[in-house]
Design a protein around this ligand. Sequence first.
Ligand code: NAP
Length: 251
Amino acid sequence: MTTPRTAIVTGAARGIGAAIALRLATDGYQVAVLDLDESTAATTVAKIADAGGHALAVGVDVSDEASSQAAVQRVADELGAPTILVNNAGITRDNLLFKLPVQDWDSVLNVHLRGAFLMVKAAQKHMTAQKFGRIVNMSSLSALGNRGQANYAAAKAGLQGFTKTVAIELGKFGVTTNAIAPGFIETEMTAATAERIGIPFEEFKAGAAAQIPVGRVGQPEDVAHLVSFFVSEGAGFVNGQIVYLSGGPNN
Ligand code: NAP
């Protein structure tokens, strides 16, 4: 029996990242669950163990070069060369442009965009050495523009250009790079948005669902399902693509 591939999922303590980590573990990969706090990442690891999978919790700040390098090295040492990387870690610091502090611009760009760059930079050598790799970056529907999210929209649009460029540079090594741009997914992030604008979460979700052709908001498992496809062996000809995962063609 061959050793299962190792996958890294960032921001995997909760929300979409946790669902991706669980899905990849049930798909048969060894999963490194990365998040800011190793002890919160351990909750996802425990769920994976309960489901019969194998995972490792690693604390990391993806926006920090030394931290991201150390985390990837630890994964390589303890689980084996990571040939799958899902850049999912994220934060929001929403505000209208005229009120948006420069610090909140920097922190959002740093986690999403610089973080994805640093993680890819640290992990790519493990992929090119094996002539196999799968990178999935988490963009967002907000990349198309969203009131109150100049920082987040810029970061998520930037991730799309980054995705296409990495796809071009690493394709010849058997490494594919794609991005998912989810619409409304039910997580603590969207719950926090509802709270910020003063609408009960259930009402906020119902309002969103009414605008979505499939008549519901997304769940973290919807995103995990697409990640599972992108990282599969058979998806080697799918490269540099952005999939808007939002329950319809125009939202
Ligand atoms: P979430 O529930 O807020 O989870 C994000 C996770 O990322 C948290 O565990 C967070 O840790 C972690 N994180 C934050 N900064 C980090 C850093 N510097 N290094 C490592 N980990 C860090 O968010 P989500 O809703 O699951 O979203 C996951 C991804 O999908 C994000 O990139 C988000 O932008 C994207 N997305 C979400 C939606 C949606 O509707 N929910 C839609 C489109 C795109 P802490 O808890 O310690 O902060």
